[in-house]
Design a binder for this molecule. Structure first.
Ligand code: ATR
Length: 276
């Protein structure tokens, strides 16, 4: 395998890319499905992104995932972009076909699938959702929740103008960062999309007193896997879903498109990826 000369090739393009868990994740699935293929970490600096992408097409790659800082820049290089990716304003999955580049965004899918698996009783229509943060991740998650039928979205961000801009664009509500604790009242879902609570980052300072016990709490931070937010939610009886699943589920559509098999997210995969 791989040495056959017929291996299907894909990878993740980023700058830097060394921290990416995707090669390990896709490597597990390639092995599991016995596929003659490889998924490589591809470090490409922004100035060389376009020429590198054309080179990958010429080399016969099936496609790639994109990570920081290429997710927005790639939009302009796609021949076709899925409507959801246009609304999110970023692509994370490219499929190369007959020299053409098709772009899509699977982060929204990954986010929703993770919640559906981790909190099977969660109903997006059951109540308002509060999103902490207003960056690229918040944008994808907000669009996902709107499409899933969330009746109300509240955005709270340290930089108020960023939350206001995104809220205006999506037709949802911005709440002051200082009022994030009060905004927990009557919600059905709380999502942290900020880097707060990540290893070596400041803690997320949030008083959960007003959080309804039925509300689902999720964090896109997965290092540590059990963030203080998730531990605090679980301790008071809230269902809590960690952020690793979003990464694992967002990878499924790309793998299927490039390698032709539908992969599964299992406990074994989680353990393997975490051991990396
Ligand atoms: P991503 O695309 O992954 O969402 P990003 O655009 O850098 O990354 O967004 C990071 C988010 O974490 C932002 O909402 C950011 O708030 P600002 O818009 O005010 O920068 C938030 N964030 C990062 N550090 C923070 C801190 N110390 N306190 C509060 N919010 C923070």
């Amino acid at each position: 395998m791989i040495m056959s000369g017929r291996a299907r090739l894909a990878g993740v393009v980023g700058w830097p890319v060394g921290h990416s868990l995707s090669p390990r994740l896709h490597g597990f699935w390639l092995d599991r499905h016995g596929i003659d293929g490889a998924y490589l970490p591809l470090a490409v600096e922004p100035e060389k992104f376009e020429s590198a992408l054309r080179g990958l097409v010429d080399l016969g790659f099936r496609g790639v995932n994109l990570t920081i800082p290429h997710k927005q820049a790639a939009l302009a290089l796609c021949n076709e972009v899925a409507p959801l990716a246009v609304r999110i304003g970023a692509v994370n999955t490219l499929v190369f076909e007959d020299g053409r580049i098709q772009g899509s965004n699977t982060d929204a899918f990954g986010f929703l699938e993770n919640l559906r698996h981790g909190a099977p009783d969660w109903d997006p229509a059951a109540g308002p959702a509060l999103i902490l943060g207003a960056g690229g991740a918040a944008r994808g998650i907000a669009v996902a929740l709107l499409d899933a039928g969330a009746p109300e979205l509240r955005l709270a961000n340290r930089t108020a103008a960023r939350a206001a801009d995104l809220a205006r664009e999506l037709g949802v509500t911005a709440v002051p960062w200082e009022a994030r604790g009060a905004a927990l009242e009557d919600i059905g879902l709380l999502v942290n999309t900020t880097s707060l609570g990540m290893t070596d980052q400041p803690p997320l300072d949030l008083d959960l007193d007003r959080l309804p016990t039925a509300a689902v709490v999720t964090d896109i931070v997965y290092a540590p896997l059990e963030t203080d937010l998730l531990a605090g939610a679980r301790a008071r009886g809230n269902p809590a879903v960690d952020g690793l699943g979003m990464l694992l589920h967002q990878a499924r559509p790309g793998f299927e498109a490039w390698f032709g098999a539908a992969p599964e997210v299992t406990a074994e995969l989680r353990a393997f990826v975490l051991a990396g």
